[in-house]
Write a protein that binds this ligand. Structure first.
Ligand SMILES: NC(=O)c1ccc[n+]([C@@H]2O[C@H](COP(=O)([O-])OP(=O)(O)OC[C@H]3O[C@@H](n4cnc5c(N)ncnc54)[C@H](O)[C@@H]3O)[C@@H](O)[C@H]2O)c1
Length: 454
């Protein structure tokens, strides 16, 4: 395929060499004539393991070249990759001026290209790291300058880059995944074909999902490092080998290094997480250590509680039915249950509450958890009802607090209510209801967030 790459820095230079090595004919475009000159004399524009050899060989084979002429590069290629810089402004916003400069060129040249090649469908893959909505902005800019229509005459696709400097070539050939955010199937297929040789899973998502992924990934990587450093500081103050601690931590592939606990939803609770978090925080405090990451976790939990309360306060309805009150599904344990706290707050604000939780009711009847219930939440136990369907009929608003399979059945028959879902219960919700996911929308809950190929 004939490919043009805009921006010949770390990402652009590696893509130029590696795509050429995989059999494509690639032209690099940069506003910096020195970088263009380097490529045209067979030299890499960056210092990076293996890239100098790849560029030298691909240049000698005639598979790569570079230019400062945008027009010529766009007219003579079918696919373009944008890899220009996206620096941060002093206020922390993204500087999109380089990207939009490239977009302007595309607007002008694609108009000309459409005149001479009316059937052309130029695909532009945005590989730079950008905020959600940027591909739309680029497409709008091209549309306004060319009169063409996005996803009909051309397409702008998000295709974030996951390489790390220092191991960039290795990472190019061994990415954790290939992510394509496309608004057109045709464009998605074109970009997929560029990476056919790579061993990675190809994930196709909507454009905004793909755009936000680099930010989510890199923020999490920074969080991992900071968490490990705080744990390390605590351990070393106690004479414990922090590397051994984190090695053991990483051996737990069920709860620690896994997708467990990675579903957005409601606040955590239970008898262990809040207690042990507080314990480690106090230990750090007693060691005169600052652990801001660990210390802020509880605050985030409180904000999630507040979020649920705010959503319910927006409605004028007063009758609220709770489906579940335990701290998670399948348990009668009410200690530190965030649903208990939510219920108590709502009662304090004058809402009428009714609660259905079969685990808690059973334990009350059998006396298993009776002592705790009588001592700590007698005011709530009086609100427990036996029939979930009756509760659903009575309530104006249903709050789903635990992911019990039986709630799916209950919701099937519910109509004309407001439903606040804190757990993303798999359910067939009648459209007459107002469905609110605490941090997702019904559209995204309805349609799979991604389609996996291979
Ligand atoms: N460096 C990394 O490890 C890495 C990894 C993943 C993603 N990214 C992202 O990829 C993007 C590029 O990063 P980079 O490190 O390669 O940047 P870089 O600064 O090394 O290279 C950017 C290149 O773009 C050129 N350029 C600027 N304006 C241009 C224009 N209008 N037309 C053509 N060329 C232009 C510059 O001259 C420069 O050569 C950024 O959004 C970055 O966040 C970088």
């Amino acid at each position: 395929m004939n490919i043009s790459i805009f921006g010949l820095g770390y990402v652009g230079c590696v893509s130029l060499g590696c795509l050429a090595q995989n059999g494509h004919s690639v032209v690099g475009v940069d506003v910096n004539p020195t970088k263009v000159g380097q490529i045209n004399s067979g030299r890499a524009t960056i210092v990076e393991k293996d890239i100098d050899t790849i560029i030298a060989i691909q240049h000698s084979l005639g598979h790569i070249r570079a230019t400062i002429n945008f027009r010529e590069a766009i007219l003579n290629t079918d696919v373009s990759i944008i890899a220009v810089g996206t620096p941060t402004t002093a206020q922390g916003h993204l500087n999109l001026s380089y990207i939009m400069n490239v977009a302007e060129h595309f607007g002008d040249v694609l108009k000309e290209k459409a005149d001479v090649m009316p059937d052309s469908f130029h695909v532009i893959a945005l590989r730079s790291t950008v905020m959600p909505g940027t591909c739309e902005k680029i497409a709008a800019m091209i549309e306004s300058r060319s009169g063409l229509t996005a996803n009909v005459d051309f397409a702008v696709v998000s295709n974030p880059e996951f390489l790390r400097e220092g191991t960039a070539v290795h990472d190019y050939y061994n990415p954790p995944l290939t992510l394509i955010g496309a608004g057109s199937e045709r464009a998605g297929k074109v970009i997929r074909s560029l990476y056919e040789e790579l061993p990675a899973e190809v994930v196709v998502a909507d454009i905004r999902t793909a755009e936000i992924m680099k930010y989510v990934n890199n923020t999490y990587h920074a969080l991992k490092i900071s968490f490990a450093n705080e744990v390390g500081n605590i351990c070393s103050s106690l004479g414990i080998d922090s590397h051994q601690v984190m090695d053991i931590f990483c051996k737990d592939k069920q709860l620690n290094i896994s997708n467990y606990y990675f579903k957005p939803g409601f606040a955590y609770g239970g008898s262990c997480l809040p207690k042990d978090l507080k314990g480690l925080q106090t230990l750090a405090h007693d060691l005169y250590l600052q652990v801001p990451v660990i210390s802020s976790i509880h605050r985030t939990n409180e904000i999630q509680m507040q979020r649920a309360i705010s959503i319910l306060m927006r409605h004028s309805y007063r009758k609220i039915g709770f489906l579940g009150i335990g701290f998670k599904a399948g348990t009668d344990d009410l200690r530190n249950s965030p649903a208990v706290e939510l219920a108590e707050t709502l009662m304090g604000k004058g809402f009428s509450l009714s609660i259905y939780d079969d685990n808690v009711r059973t334990s009350e009847l059998t006396g298993t958890n009776k002592e705790y219930i009588d001592q700590h939440i007698p005011h709530l136990s009086r609100l427990l009802v036996e029939d979930a369907n009756e509760l659903a009929e009575w309530a104006d608003v249903l709050v789903i607090c635990t992911k019990e399979a039986e709630f799916t059945e209950v919701l099937k028959n519910v109509q004309g209510k407001t439903i606040l879902d804190l757990v993303r219960l798999p359910a067939d919700i009648d459209p007459s209801n107002e469905y609110i996911g605490i941090n997702w929308s019904l559209d995204s809950a309805d349609s799979p967030a991604q389609l996996t190929f291979r």
